[in-house]
Design a protein around this ligand. Structure first.
Ligand SMILES: Cc1cc2nc3c(=O)[nH]c(=O)nc-3n(C[C@H](O)[C@H](O)[C@H](O)COP(=O)(O)O)c2cc1C
Length: 289
């Protein structure tokens, strides 16, 4: 169960375990800590056309079984990623898949166009589901907009195209079918669930503004599994499972459910090295119930 997996359009991973976007940066800290070897893939932080400083702190909060985040897509912009970061990925064992974000379809097209000739970029993962940017939310919740974004990117890239879905919709399978029809090679699911933490002391949410943020971690695992089950039943393209995975057992459950691969997010924060450890355990046949 822990060996090579084919995602599509030339994208093959040495094993089915990846590190999820936004929880692993661009892989350089993990490289320094010796936590890269053995991973199937690194999904980078969401990358936009222009650099973004992200939201002012506080932008994370702990909740039972997980965390809320409202990072606001802090990243150096696609030019830095393509010209300065990508050469440093040369020779890495994990495939590097760049997570792409934007406010308009044109933004996604521009980022993917810039990445297309970069050989170290194994694939792109479109984050059409970030709950922190108004237009991103629109794309991911509307099947027509999701399909249009996928089609527009498909037209400018020969790389494997993974579309990452938001669970904050009534019918995730409908969005999955739309992006499959739009030319996606795979979907990844799920991004974070919309959440809010209240501070009674202060009489307002813990996080700034309206307090809306993305919920991740073990708390969302059963919800994510239900979403993945729906997608596996509805789609013919591979589904990459994400949500609350914190052990080889968790990863194995998603794979047995029908996910082709998995990503580990929040668990990286409290156990750096967990993703590579899970990959090794799956390969050794551990993680079985
Ligand atoms: C701090 C933080 C930042 C994130 N940033 C991104 C991002 O830039 N793009 C994206 O597609 N998902 C992002 N995510 C979502 C994760 O990749 C993942 O889909 C989600 O956290 C669920 O998995 P988990 O429960 O294993 O964390 C982020 C999650 C966290 C916790």
């Amino acid at each position: 169960m822990g060996g090579e997996v084919v995602i599509g359009r030339g994208l093959t991973l040495d094993n089915p375990v990846g590190a999820a976007s936004g929880t692993f940066g661009y892989g350089f800290e993990a490289e320094r800590m010796g936590n890269l070897a053995g991973l199937g893939a690194v999904f980078t932080k969401g990358t936009t056309v222009d650099p973004r400083p992200g939201n002012a702190p506080p932008r994370i909060a702990e909740v039972p079984g997980g965390m809320l985040n409202s990072i606001g897509l802090q990243n150096p912009g696609v030019e830095v990623v393509a010209s300065e970061y990508a050469p440093r990925w040369r020779g890495w064992a994990p495939r590097v898949i760049v997570n792409v974000a934007g406010a308009t379809i044109e933004d996604y097209v521009r980022v993917c166009q810039r990445l297309d000739p970069v050989p170290e970029v194994a694939a792109v993962e479109l984050n059409i589901s970030c709950p922190n940017i108004a237009h991103g939310l629109d794309l991911g919740v509307d099947p027509r907009a999701a399909a249009a974004c996928t089609r527009a990117v498909r037209a400018v890239t020969g790389k494997a195209l993974i579309v990452k879905l938001t669970p904050n919709v009534t019918d995730i399978a409908e969005i999955g079918r739309a992006v499959q029809d739009g030319g996606a090679d795979a979907v990844s699911a799920v991004n974070t669930y919309l959440g809010l933490k209240w501070s009674s002391n202060r009489g307002r949410p813990v996080l700034p503004g309206a307090g809306m943020a993305g919920l991740s971690g073990p708390a969302i695992k059963p919800l994510a599994m239900a979403a993945v089950a729906r997608l596996v039943a509805a789609l013919s393209i591979p589904v990459i499972g994400i949500g609350g995975i914190a052990s080889a057992e968790d990863a194995r459950e998603f794979l047995e459910l029908g996910a082709r691969a998995v990503q580990i997010g929040t668990a990286n924060f409290y156990r750096p090295g967990i993703a590579a450890a899970c990959a090794a355990e799956l390969q050794n046949g551990r993680g079985a119930a």
